[in-house]
Design a protein around this ligand. Sequence first.
Ligand code: UDP
Ligand code: MG
Length: 165
Amino acid sequence: MIQQTLVLIKPDGLKKSLTGNILTRLSETRLDIIAAKIVSVHRELAEEHYRHLKDKPFFRDLIKYICGEFHKRKVLAMIYYGEEAISKVRELAGATNPEEADAVSIRGAYGRITTSGVYENVIHVSANEEEAEREIKLWFEPDEIIVDIYPSKIVKKEMEKKVWV
Ligand code: UDP
Ligand code: MG
């Protein structure tokens, strides 16, 4: 089945200069990148992205982590697209807990657990089709994606916009 999945190289992955290595590992999947951008993550986006964890004791630190307070204030957000994209990317990423992740997986190779208990696991990947759709629609506008993956519509908007001087 053709699928799409959200991949984030998290602030620790960027800070540790792992972007090239991670992209090389992900290219093993032969999937297509159909969207990519650098995002400075604000609190509302972080809290919405991780809303399923809001009752966990590590939630506050997790939000600080993904917002880049411990590393760099940015993430690289991408959409990978192709046959069985979700399971292919998730398998390469490895288990959530970097100490339990396969040693040759991305998280197993590069992740760590902080002294406060947060899993700094360098990459986010969607877990299933429902999550992928929710996350992709949260992180990207339809026009930022070069394939029509979900239904969209045209609306007329009068709005302020920053342009080059
Ligand atoms: N996380 C953590 N401790 C936990 C579970 C999760 O620090 O016990 C962090 C970790 O960075 C993880 C993120 O919260 O990637 C989201 O958790 P989720 O359960 O959705 O795991 P994932 O889908 O990222 O494998
Ligand atoms: Mg998850």
